[in-house]
Design a protein around this ligand. Structure first.
Ligand code: SAM
Length: 141
């Protein structure tokens, strides 16, 4: 996916400053790249966006602070989405968009989604997620 996003960079749509290091070493998860269709779905949901992009699940296991990123993509595993959601809500700026491939964030309202089945990909705008969670009690925030 990083290569396809780098193509976007050449078109001037993105400033791709870094992949974010998110492999949790203790799990020793093997690296598996997204398929072309999955990557295209992610790119559709990022259309028109500018700024910095972090692709979680592409690095060496280090977890970084995401407060300077306004676009985040995540294609990880269902078991990490809730705790990842908490981190993103704490750190991301209000204008950030988060894209999740295959595994949605529990309790987050989707802005839109593309694809189906294993390739389904979800977009979330952090400002909408925050205002939704403020209104709905007893959910993870
Ligand atoms: C489907 S791949 C996507 C990789 C890359 N982002 C891309 O689009 O090509 C998901 C990656 O996330 C990593 N991953 C999955 N679950 C993880 C976890 N709990 N902690 C850290 N990394 C995880 C895996 O190593 C895998 O390489």
């Amino acid at each position: 996916m990083v290569f396809m996003l780098a193509n976007l960079l050449e078109k001037g749509n993105f400033i791709l400053t870094a992949s974010v290091y998110f492999h949790l070493r203790r799990f020793q998860v093997p690296y598996l790249p997204s398929s072309k269709d999955q990557t295209l779905n992610i790119m559709k949901l990022l259309e028109g966006r500018t700024g910095r992009l972090a692709d979680l699940g592409s690095g060496d296991g280090r977890v970084t602070n995401l407060s300077t990123y306004n676009n985040v993509t995540a294609f990880l595993a269902p078991g990490v989405m809730e705790v990842l959601g908490e981190k993103l809500l704490k750190e991301l700026p209000d204008d950030a968009r988060v894209i999740a491939c295959r595994f949605p964030f529990p309790n987050w309202p989707q802005q839109s989604s593309v694809g189906s089945g294993l390739d389904q990909t979800f977009a979330y705008d952090i400002s909408s997620v925050r205002s939704h969670l403020r209104k709905v009690p007893n959910t993870v925030s």
